[in-house]
Design a binder for this molecule. Structure first.
Ligand code: IPE
Length: 262
């Protein structure tokens, strides 16, 4: 069964406990791995976020704004190392389900210019896919042509790879099951927006379309994914709940969430 490549982003907030530093949610990681395995989708690139392994450390050392002094190099190392620790948990859980997951550190295959990916060495990634392996990348510190270094988000990587590899679809698995008019975790009147077109994202930016920016990221995610959808690759915003939801989304079946597509 060859349905084409799926790019899956696992949000940092579903694989870590964001309230405490370096605390993974191993139960969640295990159940995500089971669900990915049960979907039967095997042409898959996984990109996971940092959650409490990445962001607090990156903020401590001001990494996102680039190089200011050598004391930050320790932060660069520690942030990358923390992401490797988290990656190890994700990859181990996938292996435990019998999936051929292989870590691929973004620090060694991407560089950016002004925080946007400028060069990518995708040879190893393509070779892994050709062998039937499942590459697992993550948001990482990367070297930047202008800033020295910066933080490259898993979202930017997922969008880039979807376009570069001509993916069949992108699935963003987040804490909140889709794009909502208000924060559904705080406001019961929040409504799920089931369908968005890439051109709608402009109205979100100008405020003409109201979208809740849960954990400060939904607008950025939409901006990152709009070009992917505009290129004809559907992007589905969803969450692990209810059980079976993620597996359906990966297969391109009807699931709870928001479809951003042309
Ligand atoms: C952040 O990656 C990685 C680092 C801070 C090093 P993401 O931006 O993809 O992480 P989440 O999904 O928002 O946690």
């Amino acid at each position: 069964l060859s349905r084409g490549l799926v790019v899956l982003k696992l949000g940092g907030s579903i694989i870590t406990d964001k309230s405490e530093r370096f605390r993974p949610d191993e139960e969640a990681i295990g159940s995500l791995a089971r669900e990915i395995a049960s979907s039967g989708v095997r042409e898959l690139v996984i990109v996971h976020g940092g959650g409490s392994f990445g962001h607090p450390l990156a903020a401590d050392y001001g990494l996102s704004e680039g190089f200011r002094g050598p004391e930050q190099l320790r932060g660069l190392a520690e942030t990358h190392l923390a992401m490797e620790e988290l990656n190890k948990l994700v990859v181990s859980a996938l292996l435990a389900e019998g999936l051929p997951a292989i870590p691929l550190p973004p620090i060694s295959c991407f560089t950016t210019k002004g925080k946007r990916i400028s060069r990518a060495f995708l040879g190893p990634l393509k070779a892994l896919l050709a062998l039937g392996a499942m590459p697992v990348l993550y948001g990482d510190v990367v070297l930047d042509e202008e800033l020295g270094f910066t933080i490259l988000s898993g979202d930017q990587i997922a969008a880039y790879l979807a376009l570069a590899l001509g993916a069949e679809r992108v699935v963003l698995c987040l804490r909140v099951p889709g794009v909502f008019t208000r924060n559904p975790e705080e406001d019961p009147s929040a409504e799920l927006i089931e369908r968005l077109r890439p051109e709608d994202v402009k109205h979100v930016e100008t405020g003409r379309l109201r979208v809740a920016d849960v954990t400060g990221g939904m607008r950025k995610k939409l901006e990152e994914m709009a070009p992917v959808a505009a290129a004809g690759i559907p992007v589905f915003f969803t969450s692990p709940r209810p059980p079976g939801n993620l597996a359906r989304a990966l297969k391109g079946e009807r699931a709870v969430g928001t479809l951003l597509s042309r």
